[in-house]
Design a protein. Structure first.
Length: 283
């Protein structure tokens, strides 16, 4: 019945409290209650200060941003809260709660609170927003469209290569760019002997890339092929890109999903973070 369920729920809720009192006694439970109230009180500045900043930001709130007198009252309230919290900590530390007297426990909270207070005055990186681009500037932006001389296309002998090549050829045809077709061998033989390795897989890889080069050449697109040997494909792609300095990289995503990326690695993410070159990811 509903009455029985409510009674059982309340009874179960009392079990931790009764068990704590029975195990540690009334004094320790009292100290635990004081500690919980101190923690609840100390979290107030971490909510109040960002709230004042957020609601006072005209770029976010527009016409609903806080008026100067509201900001002044809110700031005074935040200062009072900080003062009372400091007084509470001092009083509590003097009350014999050993857990609260650990300086290392308070240091991270103090640093975070200090950052929240001074963050508005720290230098920030300027980022363009949609509201900053006026319609009159759009023709000028179109005139500055990027042009590509060389496009790097890492290939791994998978079905995704077709997608990467298709889009890379479309871009190369528009701008007259040259394709750099790169494959990184990471087999055991390649890792041990490097460029001196000669296996059936490596030979087939050369034939595979040469076939792609001939195919794109038939569409009047120039291409060069490169087969490198390395333990890490992403590291070798980054090294090759820094050496050749292509204008664009076209890579195909494999669609492993989150779990697959953990198992097979995230080559695109590593390349993206390792280079300052535009990357076109084909899904």
């Amino acid at each position: 019945s509903p009455w029985l369920r409510r009674a059982l729920t309340r009874g179960v809720a009392l079990v931790p409290a009764v068990g704590t009192i029975w195990l540690y006694g009334e004094k320790e439970v009292y100290n635990l209650i004081i500690l919980s109230q101190v923690v609840l009180s100390l979290q107030l500045p971490f909510a109040v200060i960002p709230l004042i900043r957020f609601t006072s930001d005209k770029s976010r709130m527009g016409a609903f941003a806080n008026r100067p007198w509201v900001i002044a009252l809110a700031t005074v309230s935040a200062v009072i809260i900080l003062f009372l919290n400091g007084w509470l900590v001092k009083k509590t530390l003097g009350g014999g709660l050993e857990i609260l007297s650990n300086v290392y426990m308070w240091a991270p909270f103090a640093l975070l609170l200090g950052y929240l207070i001074v963050e508005p005055w720290l230098p920030k990186r300027q980022t363009a927003r949609a509201a900053d681009i006026v319609p009159e500037a759009l023709p000028a932006l179109a005139e500055e469209a990027a042009t590509y001389q060389t496009i790097l296309v890492p290939l791994d002998h998978s079905r995704s290569d077709t997608l990467a090549i298709r889009h890379a050829c479309a871009l190369a045809r528009q701008s007259g760019a040259r394709l750099l077709l790169l494959h990184v061998e990471e087999g055991a033989t390649s890792q041990v002997y490097g460029e001196e390795s000669s296996t059936a897989e490596v030979t087939a890889g050369f034939r595979y890339l040469d076939g792609i080069r001939q195919s794109v050449f038939n569409h009047k697109i120039e291409a060069d092929i490169f087969v490198h040997h390395a333990n890490s494909p992403s590291a070798e792609i980054i090294r090759f890109a820094k050496e050749r300095r292509p204008d664009l990289i076209v890579m195909a995503a494999h669609g492993h999903g989150a779990l697959g990326d953990l198992v097979y690695g995230q080559t695109i993410e590593r390349v993206r973070h390792g280079l300052r070159i535009p990357i076109f990811v084909v899904q």
